[in-house]
Design a protein around this ligand. Sequence first.
Ligand SMILES: [Zn+2]
Ligand SMILES: [Zn+2]
Length: 365
Amino acid sequence: MDEEKKEIIREDTKNFSCPGCGGNMIFNPEEQCLSCSYCENKIEIKAESNNMVEYDFDSADELEAQDWGEEKRLFKCGNCGAESIFDKDKIAQFCPFCGSSHIAENSDNIGIKPTLIVPFKIKKNDSEEKFKVWIKKRFFAPSDLKKSYKMDKVSGVYLPHWTYDSNTFSNYVVKIGTYYYVTETHWVTENGERKEVSQQVRKTRWRTEQGTYAEFFDDVLCNASSNVESGLVKSIEPFKLKELVDYKAAYLSGFVAERYSISLKDGWNKAKTEIDNRIKSGIRNQVFGDEVRIENVATAFSNITFKHILLPVWISAFDYKGKVYRFMVNGQTGELDGESPVSALKVTLFIIAIIAVIALLVLVI
Ligand SMILES: [Zn+2]
Ligand SMILES: [Zn+2]
């Protein structure tokens, strides 16, 4: 069978065991240290920042492969001895037999290695509390939602991200519109009398202009996981990238960490779309006119660099009347966003109320 041709890779993992009792030590967001799940033992993690390095995008081509489809990675649990499969898109996960946390060694099997990380700051309990507050405030949510939703397990995931820097130089063509007014006269008949009425009418005079625009973009962020909706991740941004520290496996203990599934190149194409939009609004700000239409922008990108980083997110979902709604909490700032059910009745009542207000205003005026 073709299936059997899959390459089997042995992945060495890091597993932090307590020097006191042998239990699994996991990262504690509150104290930023490793804590034993069974005894009171704690081990300090020294936060360092030696890895604040930008990598050259053009020389990274050979590291582009991100289709992990064919390979099968196995790891042996040092805690219980069982051998299990590393999910194809994970670099940290739990042993399915004993639940202990395992982190893939920073080997070549994981592709481009993350060099920096924002460790979790928000505890699991706090993310659950944030959710409860958020769900209460859903204005259009059905009234029985608070009582009848069923919340899934909240899991802490480090999501891979790319950040890009680039110099840009753009040549642009814009159409600039300037308003002017003309007096137009026409005849009307009022009370059987014909008379001439004149009024001011706004017109726009257009001219074409060319120019150049230059901007340096720093740390344009791009989600590198195809397992989460980029829109949902975007809505819990910003992350404070000033708080990035050197990647250490200890920060991942007790969490899941994903391996990137959006390649460095695909990520750059997404980042470029964002940069293009920011260039356009930059051009709009430097051109004066009553109206500005951007006809054409040609941008040259140079000195493109990147970093591969991990960002903390609490992910969960809740079930309401058989439908699943996802939500996310920013593991650094506590910002929450998600989908929630909408009550058709509440929306209808809201629209009726608006119509009533408008009708009232019309009557009064
Ligand atoms: Zn212990
Ligand atoms: Zn195990």
